[in-house]
Design a binder for this molecule. Structure first.
Ligand SMILES: [Zn+2]
Length: 64
């Protein structure tokens, strides 16, 4: 498993099908047909990645 954003390997598992990238400070969750990316807010809550187009691109790339 590599980070879908930076392709790095500094990945920690934080839950079921849910991972954290230490390089990007983002979380991502693998789902059946895509990878959903979240920003981590300062208070620790998850915020949906704010660029849907980029998210789609990354998702399709990650599935190849
Ligand atoms: Zn990353």
């Amino acid at each position: 498993m590599n980070c879908p954003v930076c392709s790095g390997r500094a990945i920690g598992k934080v839950g079921v099908e849910q991972f954290y990238c230490w390089d990007c400070c983002i979380e991502f969750a693998t789902q059946t047909d895509k990878v959903v990316i979240y920003d981590l807010a300062e208070d620790g809550s998850l915020v949906a990645w704010d660029d849907p187009a980029l998210n789609t691109e990354i998702s399709s790339a990650a599935l190849e």
